[in-house]
Write a protein that binds this ligand. Structure first.
Ligand SMILES: Cc1ncc(COP(=O)(O)O)c(C=O)c1O
Length: 407
């Protein structure tokens, strides 16, 4: 083969140049801590971007994966996979859903959510109903349909025509939403109950109930993207549960889940009511890897731990404690921080200084966090984080912000 020409950029890495990676190399993780090749220790409040729900190397998950690895990894969906039924039943018993399809990622779970919504209208004789309404600041993944749903020009640029049937609305513009929901081409509304990448922006609970009503009124479907905010992250099994009360239901028809459900193993799921899933007949969708025995073993173990008695209450207690400490930090560093926002252990610091500088300052104190939109720093500790680790992290943030203030 002819020698490869030297790239004009001088980039000699074999890896696509799509990520601006930090020069940090981790070789081991344990609970909330990550250890570098050079023997340095970091507190991990990035959690692989809200993935490590139970921290690194959780002994039950390690044992589970070892045991399953010795038995069976993959057979394909040509055969019955008991772990799917087991995990499916757990999800059905503990959510609004009647049906589950397992995927490998959040994007794939959303792709199926879009297909499920469109296909139901098609099966009901309304094939013109293809439009999915989404909101500014949303993030739904990086496939062609997902970037159309996300609607951010930055992700769409250069990839050809935007996939048809995704309409972005301003976050919080009720009139625009009512008008769009009433159109005869509308199939569904898609929303993250707490926007993650968009800057940890929780949707007010009455708005989620309002969306449910609006969807019922117009015969359209409500889809939640709980890829980042689900699986205990907010202190409920799923974030939208906070919004359902005597004033009304906020339950969706379809929901995309990923990240935390695999505790670090690639796993996602699309959940739906039986009525919403009715159009998805044999052959209408598929996956090679989705729901394989290895993924199912891990998913079952994660869900058992998250649904253990007292686990979610513990997340809520720790979240209240963290929230108070973060509010104090905002007060004492009001030159650099604007406000704290979020739900549960999905917390964001809206910055006055550059959020990238704050993330870098935290990193210099060996605390990992993640930037988000709207100049926010995301804090995503494991759900089973110990209180003294939270206290340690707050001290590191305080030290980092103090140093920034002096610089
Ligand atoms: C809310 C939300 N939806 C979808 C996705 C895409 O998930 P994945 O990267 O697993 O495809 C993400 C990923 O960050 C997300 O935060």
């Amino acid at each position: 083969m002819a020698p490869h020409p030297a790239p004009a950029t001088g980039d000699t890495s074999p890896i696509f140049n799509t990520f601006a990676r930090k020069p940090l190399r981790f070789e081991r993780g344990e609970g909330s801590r990550l250890f570098t090749e050079d023997g340095e220790t970091y507190l991990d409040f990035a959690g692989g971007i809200a993935v490590m729900a139970l921290g690194h190397s959780h002994p039950v998950l390690v044992e589970t994966i070892k045991n399953q690895a010795e038995k069976l990894w993959h057979v394909s969906n040509l055969y019955d996979i008991p772990g799917q039924t087991e995990l499916g039943n757990k999800l059905v018993e503990n959510t609004f859903a009647d049906k589950v399809f397992f995927t490998n990622s959040g994007t794939e779970a959303l792709e199926l959510a879009f297909k499920t919504a469109r296909r139901l209208h098609y099966a009901n004789g309304n094939p013109e109903r293809i439009d999915i309404l989404t909101f500014d600041g949303a993030f739904h993944g990086r496939s062609l349909a997902a970037i159309a749903a996300t609607g951010n020009e930055k992700y769409l640029e250069g990839f050809g025509p935007k996939v048809e049937g995704f309409i972005q609305l301003p976050f919080g513009d009720h009139e625009a939403l009512k008008e769009a929901a009433a159109r005869e081409t509308t199939a569904a509304i898609l929303i993250e109950p707490v926007q993650g990448e968009g800057g940890i922006r929780p949707v007010p609970h009455q708005c989620l109930r309002g969306l449910r009503q609006l969807c019922d009124q117009h015969g359209i479907l409500l889809i939640y993207d709980e890829v980042q905010c689900g699986v205990g992250r907010t202190g409920k099994f799923f974030a939208h549960e906070w919004a359902s009360n005597d004033a009304g239901s906020a339950e969706p028809d379809i929901m995309a889940v990923a990240k935390g459900i695999g505790g670090g193993f690639p796993l996602g799921a699309c959940l739906a009511t039986a009525a919403a899933a009715e159009g998805m007949t044999p052959g209408s969708h598929g996956t090679t890897y989705g729901g394989n025995p290895l993924a199912m073993a891990v998913g079952n173990a994660v869900i058992d731990l998250v649904l253990e008695e007292g686990f979610l209450e513990d997340v809520q207690d720790k979240a209240i404690w963290l929230r108070q400490r973060l509010a104090e930090l905002v007060d004492s560093h009001s030159d650099l921080l604007d406000e704290v926002r979020g739900e549960g252990l999905l917390q964001g610091l809206k910055c006055k200084a550059s959020n990238l500088d704050v993330v870098a300052a935290f990193q210099s104190e060996h605390l990992l966090s993640v930037p988000a939109g709207d100049n926010v720093v995301r804090l995503l500790p494991p759900l089973n984080v110990e209180l003294d680790v939270l206290a340690d992290a707050v001290n590191r943030m305080d030290a980092a912000l103090t140093a920034m203030g002096k610089a």
